[in-house]
Design a protein around this ligand. Sequence first.
Ligand SMILES: NC(=O)c1ccc[n+]([C@@H]2O[C@H](COP(=O)([O-])OP(=O)(O)OC[C@H]3O[C@@H](n4cnc5c(N)ncnc54)[C@H](OP(=O)(O)O)[C@@H]3O)[C@@H](O)[C@H]2O)c1
Length: 339
Amino acid sequence: MKALIIERSGEPSEVVHWRDLPEPTPGPAEVRVRMLLAPVHPSDLHVIRGRFARQRQPELPATPGSEGVGIIDAVGSDVPRTRVGERVVLFDVPGTWREQVISPADRAIPVPVAISDEDAAQALINPMTAWAMTMCEHRLKRGDWLVQSAAGSTVGRLVLQIAKAEGFRTINLVRREAQVAEIQALGGDVVLCTADECWTEQLKAATGDNGIESAIDCVAGRTGAVLARQLATNGCLLVYGALSSHRQTDAAAFEMPVFAPALVYSAAEVRGWFIFSWLAGKGVMEGSQTLRSLLDRMADGTLKPPAAQRYSLDRALEAFAAAESAAHDAKPLLAFTEH
Ligand SMILES: NC(=O)c1ccc[n+]([C@@H]2O[C@H](COP(=O)([O-])OP(=O)(O)OC[C@H]3O[C@@H](n4cnc5c(N)ncnc54)[C@H](OP(=O)(O)O)[C@@H]3O)[C@@H](O)[C@H]2O)c1
């Protein structure tokens, strides 16, 4: 069985290697999943560089990868044999960049037939992030407004789909002028480009006298600071990424200065948000139930992860480069079988 392995932290192109490992055997309450596809997320590359959340950094050597789709090909003694052959997505089972993954049986969630392998491979992290922040944290209702940065990101595009289905409205920030029309076409009610030097005034005008009630930000730096400063009374900004510090080693680039008087007088909240902390708070039963309902939405077409590009295993380094390239429009997926 082939597995991608890191033995030390560092640049993905230097430290990720293929290894041949013995075929794993599932324990009594486990299943073995023959992987079909697993995405390369920016966060996977953070793990490889040793820069991800401490509690999520694996002990080395380890296999990276945070989600994926595959077929159950063996089950433990306590798991019904009828599950062999089931196509499943893995619910928070780290280490998916390998041909065979051992998973607790209750974390291998069946995938409806209507969903493609490419979509199923991306069903957990970004759809769940978009759904949890908008519907569970901000509790947005029909007619409410949400401000989001990096609207062209995978999460941003999923938020736009949820907005369309649930009826909330969006003010979207992108960093490239060329993306404005694209995000408008996807249903963004207001789209502002942060390359425009007037964007902070435009944002103020778009949110009206009260300021921003609900926002999500994965850019941080100056963008996040502006959103925090424009929060309404009792407004809330969830910070879920720091793309402006991406690949930086300069500690100053990780800062997101908060203008204290605005925060004090608005009594607003700027809060970090992390899917794995949120999932841990929910537990396997509730979290996997949410994943099943997202899969149902994907099956009925209301939720569609962005286009994906398959990379065979010998092209893994190209997949890593694609995951970080500017202006990519397809999620790179590692493909474990020939298509
Ligand atoms: N906290 C959590 O639990 C959680 C969960 C999921 C994702 N995330 C984070 O969310 C972020 C987006 O993830 P994703 O998979 O959706 O990303 P993605 O699909 O790879 O998209 C990245 C997007 O961010 C934009 N971008 C990159 N650097 C930027 C910068 N310095 N300033 C402004 N925009 C920038 C890119 O714009 P261009 O098109 O112009 O290149 C692109 O639209 C990542 O930071 C990821 O780690 C966090």
